[in-house]
Design a protein around this ligand. Structure first.
Ligand SMILES: Cc1cc2nc3c(=O)[nH]c(=O)nc-3n(C[C@H](O)[C@H](O)[C@H](O)COP(=O)(O)OP(=O)(O)OC[C@H]3O[C@@H](n4cnc5c(N)ncnc54)[C@H](O)[C@@H]3O)c2cc1C
Length: 469
């Protein structure tokens, strides 16, 4: 931890702070507040950063006031939505955090089939609010993730093959820029900004609300199927062909995992390493069962929890297994093909899963996500078939090196079998500038020019940073 400064060193004139405090309608949390440690904590327990101040904004006016205060006083500023970012990019040492987590309004407009969602919402706020209408916004797989960071990076999840990435459903954003101005960006107004925020992360300003097209999703056929590792080669080789040729109503991500030792799972399988496919089919029960039957015929799953269920139930299925505060180390790739050699590498690394919570997931990013061109918006990897993530996870900080080393080695082994960049939302903050550029490929220079236009001094730099050009 690099925390060295105090508020009075950075801001000796207490009058400036008093004025700021008097103008904020939300809450300002100082280091001396009793709940400072609780408020500053983020999802990844490996991150331990101490800001000077956290501003919990109650509305857009607070966001504007906070941006102006930070800029005028040259405070390093982080922006926080759900606080889920792997690299802890929603928090900062010795600076200011503009925290939108209490801005959680959701407005459904049935006539226009849209939802206006404030940037502090978690996926677990969005799904239950839209479900009564039989609708959703296609997002990610764990309900504690923030809508803001997820959307700005792209957004992959159970409905990607059916409806595309989260940004493919985004119609408009309302933002506060580095100079404190409020703007709207959509296909016709500030269209360059709208192009950039669809994958370019928090580089261009603070999004205060997102306007999404809603998509149909009431009931789905889904859940996990798990097999012992002895079947993994057969399952993965079948899966790699099956999924890229499947109808877009069929989604299944492939995983290596350890069966959690909790009553939900049969005791004889507790703590066994397994491979799995987590399904989500936008079909009725009979059609869903039939569509995944080839996997049951290939090898009988040790655990088969597939069934017909409300979409939000699928979206929250794994929440209890991954509470806030564990140690997480992430490494990611985009993948086009899974060669036989890559399958061997996967199997070798799966056997070495270092802790029961550690895992590897391959999320399909084909289907409807492939109907958008690579330069239609900032998110570039429209030719990838999977966004792969290797995550070492454990509750015990003593195992930090163990999970980190496993993730790095697994990633290294698969490097030559992957595309050159990675999904920026699956990266820590230690990957370097070249890796960020590789993750945007041909879109990077356009992003840098848009950054120069909207944030020439790089005020928003606590992120996977695009340098102004
Ligand atoms: C357990 C877990 C599961 C996940 N599952 C998925 C998944 O299924 N699909 C998927 O796509 N991703 C997934 N992710 C990755 C996730 O998308 C990123 O971690 C994302 O950054 C989280 O957004 P957040 O708002 O919670 O993060 P924060 O930590 O609050 O912020 C992350 C970044 O976004 C910026 N940011 C946040 N809010 C704003 C805003 N309002 N305006 C401008 N910039 C902002 C921040 O400055 C920071 O750089 C998962 C992450 C975790 C930890």
């Amino acid at each position: 931890m690099t925390t060295t400064n105090s508020l009075t060193t950075v801001l000796p004139d207490t009058g400036i702070l008093d004025d700021f405090v008097s103008r904020i309608r939300g809450r300002i949390i100082h280091r001396h507040d009793a709940d400072f440690d609780e408020v500053r904590s983020v999802y990844n327990g490996m991150i331990d950063k101490k800001p000077l101040l956290i501003v919990q904004c109650s509305d857009v006016a607070d966001v504007v006031t906070a941006v102006n205060f930070a800029r005028e006083n040259q405070l390093l500023t982080a922006v926080r939505g759900g606080g889920h970012n792997a690299g802890g990019l929603g928090i900062v040492d010795d600076g200011l955090v503009i925290d939108l987590s209490t801005m959680k309004k959701i407005q459904v407009d049935e006539a226009n089939n849209t939802a206006l969602i404030e940037a502090g919402c978690l996926l677990g706020d969005v799904d239950p609010a839209l479900h009564p209408y039989g609708k959703t916004v296609p997002t990610g797989i764990l309900s504690t993730t923030g809508i803001a960071g997820l959307t700005l990076g792209g957004g992959v999840g159970h409905l990607t093959r059916k409806y595309g990435l989260t940004i493919d459903s985004l119609r408009e954003v309302n933002m506060v820029l580095a100079d404190g101005k409020q703007v709207t960006a959509n296909a016709t107004e500030n269209s360059d900004l709208f192009w950039a925020v669809r994958g370019g992360g928090g580089n261009f300003g603070i999004v205060t609300s997102f306007l999404f097209d809603m998509k149909d999703a009431k009931m789905v056929y889904g859940g996990p199927m798990m097999w012992e590792l002895e079947h993994a080669e057969k399952i993965l080789k079948y899966y790699r062909e099956f999924i890229v040729n499947a109808d877009n109503d069929i989604y299944g991500y492939f995983a290596f995992l350890t069966v959690p030792p909790v009553p939900l799972f049969p005791e004889e399988h507790h703590l066994k390493k397994m491979c799995a496919v987590q399904w989500c089919l936008t079909m009725d029960e009979e059609a869903g069962k039939k569509a995944v039957q080839p996997f049951r015929d290939l090898a009988e799953p040790s655990i088969d929890f597939t069934g017909y269920l409300p979409f939000p139930a699928l979206q929250t299925m794994f929440d209890p297994l991954y509470p806030k505060g564990m140690q997480w180390y992430w490494k990611a790739h985009y993948v086009k093909e899974i060669s036989d050699t890559a399958v061997d590498m996967h199997l070798r690394n799966a056997e070495k899963l270092p802790t029961p919570h550690s895992m590897m997931h391959m999320y399909p990013v084909d289907g409807a996500a492939h109907t958008v061109k690579s330069d239609d918006m900032a998110f570039s990897y429209r030719d990838a078939n999977w966004a792969q993530v290797i995550v070492g996870v454990d509750p015990d900080p003593a195992n930090k090196d163990k999970i980190t080393n496993w993730s790095k080695q697994y990633w290294e082994d698969l490097k030559d079998h992957s595309l050159s960049g990675a999904y920026i939302n699956f990266m820590m903050d230690d990957e370097g500038q070249k890796r960020i550029e590789d993750s945007y490929r041909g879109n990077y220079s356009r992003l840098a020019r848009i950054k120069e236009k909207y944030d020439p001094k790089n005020f928003f730099r606590v992120n996977q940073n695009i340098a102004p050009r």
